[in-house]
Design a protein around this ligand. Structure first.
Ligand code: TYC
Length: 105
């Protein structure tokens, strides 16, 4: 059966005209522990690529060291992917085996 279109006379005009915008899916950038990358290098990575201050960077580095994995930040896909690749490339150039991962929120 076809229904006549209805308008809620109480609805705000913005509610009727505003396009439905979806937020982009967000992705976690994770840092993985290893036995070789120096702690101070990891702290520098967190400051350089994830805008952490020294205290927060040290906290995250120690959490990764203890738990095997830790959260650096949450971003739209292309930013998360770029940061994850940039970190691994920066580590590789410095002969450290540091690895990252990204994970959908
Ligand atoms: N486990 C490393 C060490 O003892 C330090 C480290 C921390 C390495 C975090 C990687 O993502 C990492 N030197």
């Amino acid at each position: 059966m076809t229904m006549a279109p209805t308008v809620n006379p109480g609805a705000d005009i913005a509610e009727l005209t505003r396009p439905k915008l979806e937020r982009p899916p967000m992705f976690k950038v994770l840092l993985l522990n290893d036995d070789f990358t120096p702690m101070d290098f990891v702290v520098d990575v967190l400051e350089r690529f994830f805008q952490k201050d020294a205290e927060e960077a040290t906290r995250i580095m120690l959490a990764v060291h203890q738990n095997g994995v830790g959260l650096c930040g949450v971003y739209p896909f292309e930013i998360a992917e770029t940061k994850a690749l940039q970190v691994v490339e920066h580590a590789r150039k410095n002969h450290h085996p540091l690895q990252t991962a990204i994970e959908k929120e």
